[in-house]
Design a protein around this ligand. Structure first.
Ligand SMILES: Nc1nc2c(ncn2[C@@H]2O[C@H](COP(=O)(O)OP(=O)(O)O)[C@@H](O)[C@H]2O)c(=O)[nH]1
Ligand SMILES: [Mg+2]
Length: 227
């Protein structure tokens, strides 16, 4: 039987890239695309609809984590897909990596695939970003008692069990740690898969500020110490 695959694209002010990303997904045969428009003040929503995606709207900006939580809950309850792929709207993820990301969940019995740019043969991460990401990886592995090579990669594939059980409570970029904590808490079987992350001038200008990683670490520590 044909597997039901849904692509979830969180999007905040991505009018310059969202149309191309959706077209590329469709051209590669992925027809089920949900965009969560996270309170954008540009034409992200209308461009996504025109390109053939289903669009959910956040009236105000709720952050990347909030957009993913909205989309995961909606897709799981509405369509019960075999796989939900989280895929960024800014063109940083490579569609060619998708079959290898899907395989562990669809064919190998894993609950979730996690993209890792540091397992890839093509690592283009700019130096400062690389240092910050590496610090984030060490920090997250320690506080979350896990061993991963990339902890802040938005390219993931969730099978049914992961989609049903993962709850993202942080709205901002700390959501990545929520997902990792849920993996350990709910004993989900995970596999890291090499993926290439593309860094264009557009994605670099738009991406998370480096200072955000420090704030993120503080928020995670506070949450760990108070929960
Ligand atoms: N920065 C940011 N991205 C958001 C937000 N809500 C949804 N997103 C989407 O989340 C994805 C990753 O965001 P990005 O800023 O590129 O993060 P980075 O690539 O990890 O630095 C993109 O598809 C964004 O459009 C938000 O409030 N802020
Ligand atoms: Mg990005």
């Amino acid at each position: 039987m044909q597997k039901k695959i849904y692509i979830l694209v969180p999007a905040f002010n991505e009018e310059a890239s969202i149309g191309k990303v959706i077209k590329n997904l469709k051209d590669h045969g992925y027809q089920n695309i949900l965009v969560v428009n996270d309170g954008s003040c540009d034409n992200t929503s209308s461009i996504a609809r025109q390109a053939g995606a289903e669009v959910l709207e956040h009236i105000i900006n709720r952050g990347q984590g909030g957009a993913l939580q909205t989309g995961l809950e909606y897709l799981h309850k509405t369509y019960d897909p075999d796989a939900i792929v989280t895929f960024d709207a800014d063109g940083q993820h490579k569609i060619e990596d998708l079959p290898a990301m899907l395989a562990p969940v669809l064919n190998e019995g894993y609950d979730i695939s996690l993209g890792s740019r540091f397992l890839s043969d093509n690592i283009h991460v700019p130096l400062i970003r690389r240092l910050i990401l590496k610090a984030g990886i060490i920090f997250t592995n320690i506080v979350s008692h896990i061993k991963l090579t990339d902890t802040h990669n938005g390219f993931r594939v969730l099978g049914k069990k992961a989609a049903a059980s993962i709850k993202i409570s942080h709205r901002g970029m700390e959501h990545a740690s929520d997902i990792i904590d849920e993996i350990t808490k709910k004993k989900l079987r995970f596999k890291e898969v090499p993926v290439e992350i593309l860094y264009s001038d557009y994605s670099k200008a738009k991406g998370q500020a480096s200072s955000g990683f420090v704030k993120m670490g503080i928020k995670i520590l506070i949450k760990k110490l108070t929960s």
